[in-house]
Ligand binder design. Structure first.
Ligand code: ZN
Ligand code: ZN
Length: 232
């Protein structure tokens, strides 16, 4: 995509005809997704209500029954398999803004029926990581999502106070240890009682659980998770 077209996409201008990001056929509904690929999307509509783990029937997964996580409810729009496992890395690691925009649009459509929190909170990156990357994927998803659903975006509520190793390199136990005390919620004014934390991909949920604990300690009564994709 040219720099001008990318700039146009960032502004939400349709400088290019919609084209399916999965198969390159013309898009439908003005989105960069065709009807056939939309039908084949791995929507995560039957899942654990608490942690969004895909399940054969709706309910709670065994892990959440044994030890409920600190968040109240989770929604993950897609299961992290094809084409989510291509679209998310394209957006997150290769700066594909059209992929990010499509993911945010799919989140807005699928989450339209979710309980509405009075604020959306993007999962923050550590400032050093943000400088290195130049953009913040959770914020890039949350900003248009907040606009589409008419919800305030509160990126002032949560800070990442400790740099952590990439979670993808760690096993589940190390993931929990790695993110301990990684977040703080610095006594913000006008603290909402209920927020949805927004992130791109949820794997074990360790990072999101730690961010949830920081918000609960600060006085938020309920934290839900809204993510683009869930690793099964
Ligand atoms: Zn397609
Ligand atoms: Zn669960």
């Amino acid at each position: 995509m040219s720099r001008l077209a990318a700039f146009g996409h960032r502004l939400g201008l349709a400088l290019l005809p919609a084209r399916c990001l999965v198969c390159r056929e013309p898009g439908s509904r003005g989105q960069d997704l065709c009807g056939a690929c939309r039908t084949d999307l791995p929507f995560n509509r039957v899942a654990c209500a608490r942690c969004a783990l895909p399940l054969p029937v709706a309910g709670l997964c065994g892990a959440c029954l044994r030890q409920p996580p600190p968040f109240t409810a989770s929604r993950a729009v897609l299961v992290y398999r094809f084409p989510a496992d291509q679209l998310l890395p394209r957006f997150k690691f290769h700066g594909d803004l059209a992929a990010g925009r499509l993911l945010s649009q799919l989140m807005a459509e699928e989450l339209a029926d979710a309980p509405r929190p009075p604020a959306l909170v993007p999962l923050p990156l550590h400032p050093a990581r943000l400088r290195q990357r130049g953009d913040d994927p959770a914020l890039e998803l949350a900003r248009p999502l907040a606009r589409a659903l008419g919800l305030p975006l509160r990126d002032d509520l949560l800070r990442r106070v400790r740099a952590t190793s990439p979670q993808s390199e760690l096993d589940a136990a190390s993931r929990r240890h790695n993110v301990r005390s990684a977040f703080s919620a610095p006594n913000p004014r006008a603290l909402p009682g209920h927020v949805a934390l927004v992130d791109d991909v949820m794997t074990t949920g360790a990072t999101l659980a730690e961010a949830t604990r920081a918000l609960l300690r600060a006085g938020v009564a309920r934290v839900d998770l809204w993510v683009a994709a869930r690793v099964p």
